[in-house]
Ligand binder design. Sequence first.
Ligand code: BES
Ligand code: MN
Ligand code: ZN
Length: 497
Amino acid sequence: MEINFVKPALPGNGTIVLAIFEERGLGELGQTVDKASGGQLTRAMTAAGFSGKSDETLMIQAPAWFDRVLLIGMGKLDLVKPMVAEAAGGGIYAQLVSAKATSATVIPDTPKDVPAGFNFAADIAMGALLRSYRFDKYRTVQKPGQKPVLTELTIAAVHPNAARSGFNRAKAVAEAVFFTRDLVSEPANILYPESFAERVRERLTGLGVTVEVLGEAKLAKLGMGALLGVGQGSERETQLVVMSYNGAPKVKNKRPVAFVGKGVTFDTGGISLKPGAGMEDMKWDMAGAGAVAGLIAALAGRKAKVNAVGVIALVENMPDGKAQRPGDIVKSMSGQTIEVLNTDAEGRLALADALWYTVDRFKPQAMVDLATLTGAVIIALGSEFAAVFANDDGLANQLLAAGTETGEKLWRLPMVDSYDKQIDTDAADMKNISDGRGAGSAIGAVFLKRFVKDTKWAHLDIAGVAWSKKDSATVPKGATAFGVRLLDRFVADSFEH
Ligand code: BES
Ligand code: MN
Ligand code: ZN
């Protein structure tokens, strides 16, 4: 889909979209169409009770010289913020696609008293673009009508050049979101540790990021027994990928901000085998790693002024003759030993070594990990919020704020010493599960905490939000890429110089 920006004017034909503010009625251009159609717009608005609330839409067929006019509610003028405009953009895209429009012009039909600088065209464009994502590469036969026919979206803005350059910055982030959605959507026969690493290398080196891929021999030398144990039952070789982006080479504090991702390309549970029903979902058990790769792509793509590293642990959790068993004891890179009482609590094992490696090598000023770590977080928060655990209140608050701004929302859960005691064991330094069933997500968090030293660190458990079963305004169902926009904003707000 091509997106262009022009000055506000009515086109001579086709489809137009009028963005209307709540209780403000039609703007100047809307009134022109209304008059030319003998009042068709205002009659339709009255009949449908359309007042411009933020989720209202109204399609009017063939008024005046247009094929159709779509009215889209923007909500109250004084409450409009980027996220509202983005959601409107997503809604516009979905409506135009189901109306089978091939092109359309969106006109923010602003009332006369709106300040001239008021400009949300770029946000509408970003929302439409984000909604347009599809993962259909494996569908070899699609009936006509199953594929969107919308190819061109023109958006009117008082300052089209400003809108265009704003959108170009946002587009780098949208492309990174799509990269993540692609990775997360791929099935596990196509995307396994080596092919994942290869895709990251290809994409990110093209953006000027340094990418290192460590294979099993190197990981063994480093002593990563916890990560390697997870991959022991798989035919696929475990990989650790390190992405370094230096967007602020001249700053005094060279310590980067670090992001670490769980990349279990398929999680059968291992010898602690998962039940068959729903196991196919475990192809997206690499969503944390996918988000980290996308985040680094976003930062590099928009030339963020920050030094950042991404570290992803890529491994497949399979049961076979060589697989690790419940009760096995492994030694992590940190030297701490772990009794693996459940091979399905594998994410924390993989992350233990990835976190330690990151802290040890980069001494980051802050570190955030993302992981589809526990089913328990879905019980606690559903798909509304991801959980954040943090050993630093300032860091937690920065993340919470970025979540509110981007709509990738976080809720903080407690991480206290009494949880930590529950993973002590007689046989080793710790065990990878607790005895009871309570607070499963916090147990995962305190386990990870033992591998971050005193680094300012936060853990995001994204198991409930990485994949969506229904469309939302800017996120079509499927892989959400949760974390990319959130952490891109977090970096912009808190770490860019
Ligand atoms: N990948 C799963 C967590 C998960 C479950 C993600 C459902 C997305 C949807 C993780 O590796 C796992 O199996 N966790 C166990 C931990 C338990 C054994 C302590 C779980 O949540 O059951
Ligand atoms: Mn598991
Ligand atoms: Zn898992």
